[in-house]
Design a protein around this ligand. Structure first.
Ligand code: 0X9
Ligand code: ZN
Length: 455
């Protein structure tokens, strides 16, 4: 009994540390007069500490496996189908492919045995994934801070990002306006900015945060806005002058909030389907919807939704782009994701090539070389289909196909394909990652301009 009590106290103090350090605004401190501190909670002074409703990944491991035979590939396809305690980052597809898999603690022995039995080459990249999450949550500044404190050394709540957009629009009111695409499924706003010095400029649209857990994406979006407004670099100032910029840092605000409050690994939106939630918004667009690389099962991370464009967030973006693409002359669409260090262009659903494949490949290669020169990081460039994996229903593919936006890229930002952190990029890497992403955009836009794309 005593041991049990100590265990309860021990884990309670852990909750306390976590809620205090990282989730001060979302913790579950209950003021306690007449509160019954039931089993599993603890009385601390005048308060009753209840464990927060948060997913935990204690002793989850990341394995990186390599497939050498078709038998191994079939085995892992079956394994992914059968199990929701193995999170595959991609699907088993081809010989020579390397794949990272997050293995739940209770499956470690069983999974390790399987690797041994079938002689599967592998490495353990991380032994306790919760450690990564805990240090990442300590890098979040509370949502009560003044938005002028927003920087690129920390991660920020949606509320702070939106307040910062407002503040920047006030400060640079001659050039910057805040835009509102409308509300999300759970009634959060989908906010962004337009930066414009000349109504006749061609425009560049940047979409970030469609996948909730990819926190580097909204952080990169705010970095780009800040650079365009404040950089002393003549080349950047010219970019801000010669183009109009639409930047939306969080096109899946419900999902983003959920990663701060409940599950750092959440990817989809938060729409309810009976016993499970969420559509992968980057599978929900009406371009080769649900044709390949997506699922019809709402429990899956790549659920395409009940129909093409079914989701509120998808509709908001579609309506916005449809009504602005021609009027605002949007010629470039960039979608920011992580991770894997890739600069990809359409198509996502077929290996056939877009009409301007050679140009997009050339600009992508130039951008990758510019990143290499800046930070030494290796980024791979190519079509989505040949670079990452086939997937239909993506936003960028739709923008390129329906609205004929010729320069369209999806970036996978840091870390590398065999990252030990998956999507949990340490905050120290925000600044260099965002900087190299902006360098890539700049390189692509300048190269496309030379080829006459913005005439
Ligand atoms: O799977 C995705 O949606 C993207 N990768 S991520 O790890 N960030 O989830 C990339 C694929 C994008 N595919 C298309 N736009 N077709
Ligand atoms: Zn993504």
């Amino acid at each position: 009994m005593k041991i049990l009590n100590m265990l309860t106290w021990h884990s309670a103090s852990l909750w306390l540390v976590i809620t205090t350090l990282a989730m001060a605004d979302t913790g579950s401190k209950v003021s306690s007069e007449n509160v019954d501190c039931g089993e599993g909670s603890v009385v601390s002074g005048e308060t009753c500490q209840v464990p927060p409703d948060q997913a935990r990944y204690d002793h989850y491991r990341i394995y990186n496996v390599q497939f050498d035979t078709d038998e191994q590939i079939k085995l892992f396809q079956k394994l992914e189908d059968e199990s929701d305690s193995l999170t595959f980052i991609g699907h088993a597809r081809e010989i020579g492919q390397k794949l990272s898999i997050l293995v739940a603690a209770h499956r470690v022995a069983d999974f390790a045995d399987l690797l041994k039995t079938y002689h599967i080459e592998h490495r353990v990249l991380t032994y306790n994934f919760q450690d990564k999450i805990d240090s990442n949550l300590r890098e979040v500044l509370p949502d009560s801070i003044d938005p002028s404190k927003l920087d690129w050394q920390h991660f920020f709540h949606l509320k702070t990002i939106y307040a910062w957009l407002d503040q920047m629009a006030e400060k640079y009111s001659d050039r910057l306006t805040v835009l509102d695409m409308g509300s999300s499924t759970q009634n959060n706003r989908i906010m962004g900015i337009k930066l414009s010095t000349n109504p006749n400029n061609k425009a560049i649209f940047i979409e970030a945060g469609i996948h909730a857990r990819e926190w580097i994406s909204p952080a990169t979006a705010t970095y780009i806005i800040n650079e365009l407004l404040t950089s002393q670099d003549a080349g950047v100032q010219k970019l801000a002058r010669d183009y109009n910029w639409f930047v939306f840092p969080s096109v899946n605000p419900d999902g983003y909030k959920y990663t701060f409050e409940h599950d750092r690994m959440w990817r989809k939106n938060r729409q309810l389907f009976g016993t499970s939630r969420g559509v992968d918004l980057n599978r929900n667009y009406p371009d080769h919807w649900n044709s390949t690389g997506s699922s019809s099962d709402p429990t899956r991370y790549d659920y395409a939704g009940p129909s093409a464009g079914s989701e509120v967030e998808t509709q908001r973006l579609i309506d916005f782009i449809r009504s602005h693409a021609k009027k605002e002359q949007i010629k470039t669409y960039i979608a920011l994701h992580s991770y894997s260090q890739m600069l990809m262009f359409p198509y996502g659903h077929t290996k056939e090539r877009v009409y301007n494949y050679d140009d997009l490949q050339e600009f992508g290669k130039k951008a990758a070389a510019a990143i290499k020169a800046e930070s030494g990081r290796d980024y791979v460039s190519g079509s989505l289909y040949e670079t990452i994996y086939p997937a239909g229903g993506g936003s960028m593919d739709w923008a390129h196909a329906e609205l004929e936006i010729p320069i369209a890229y999806t970036f996978e930002l840091r870390g590398p394909p065999d990252s030990q952190d998956l999507f949990i990029l340490p905050a120290v890497q925000i600044q260099p990652t965002a900087s190299e992403a902006f360098t890539a955009i700049r390189t692509i836009v300048e190269a496309a301009a030379e080829k006459g794309y913005y005439k």
